[in-house]
Design a protein around this ligand. Sequence first.
Ligand SMILES: Cc1ncc(COP(=O)(O)O)c(C=O)c1O
Length: 336
Amino acid sequence: MEQHLGRGNILFTPSCTAALEIAAMLTVKPGDEVIVPSFTFVTSVSAFTNLGAKPVFCDIREDTLNIDESKIQELVGPRTRAIVAVHYGGISCAMDEIREIADPAGIAVVEDAAQALSGAYKNRPLGTVGDIACFSFHSTKNYHCGEGGAVVVDDPELFHRAEVHREKGTNRKAFFRGQVDKYTWVDRGSSYVPSELNMAFLSSQLEHVNEIRAKRKSIFDRYARSLKVLEDGGHIRLPIVPDECESSYHLFYLLLRDSESRDGLMKHLSDKGIGTTFHYVPLHSSPVGAELHDGRALPVTDRLHSQLLRLPMYPDLEEHDVDLVCQSILEFFDAP
Ligand SMILES: Cc1ncc(COP(=O)(O)O)c(C=O)c1O
């Protein structure tokens, strides 16, 4: 992991959710505010609200579906303590612009890099561009061990606090290093040390990062090449990777014209035995999120989530299966 990120200060955890909970312990107290996208996985936000922080939902960009950096400044208030930059699909948020807002105001930038190991922003590995970064090694991720995660903390002092949060709120790590003669309860924390068996499994995955990424890239490129004709015909939109970003190739999605055509294509593919999925139910419209939301409209989030369809994507997907999926999609649109 140090080789991939080019830096240390990494703590493995039982999940990305646990890593996000540590990030929350490092940044917020009850009543603080956190700027978050609504288009994300629940725990990008609940890790912070569990500690009594208030989510301030921000809309997303049309191209990457990442948090829209141009809308963040207006959401910053005196109690803003963190901005959560979720790198959707392993494509980076506009980190320079986010840091320009966060740094002068002393706001922490937390990268939710759950999907982003092996992605990069301006040639810097994702997970090293924010103050804190959280990775997932869940079985749905590019590199996995069933359930697993990691938190990367830039600042050495914060890193030591993270060690305590991970060790149930005790200074056990310092005790093992011989820095204290007994360990005791010193801060907030929980049981965030992962199983060694899971980590053994993960270590072999991490040895094959480049190979796994190359396979995923070739699937991504094959989908993009074959389906370009549908984009040219105005039927779909393909994923956009900005020039300054290298993707981790976590997923391949299509944006359909509306939710009816998305649902229609999903059914068409399902009838052929091809499983596709969509996500996320925007958090500001979820039962818990709606209660915490201040009611601002998030039009891009509301529109894009209903148009999105994820195609099958895993390293062992054969070329002829990718072709079969593409052929079936072309058929749906009556394209050659
Ligand atoms: C963006 C994002 N954040 C957080 C998580 C949570 O990861 P984990 O299942 O490892 O807790 C996920 C997992 O799907 C995710 O996609």
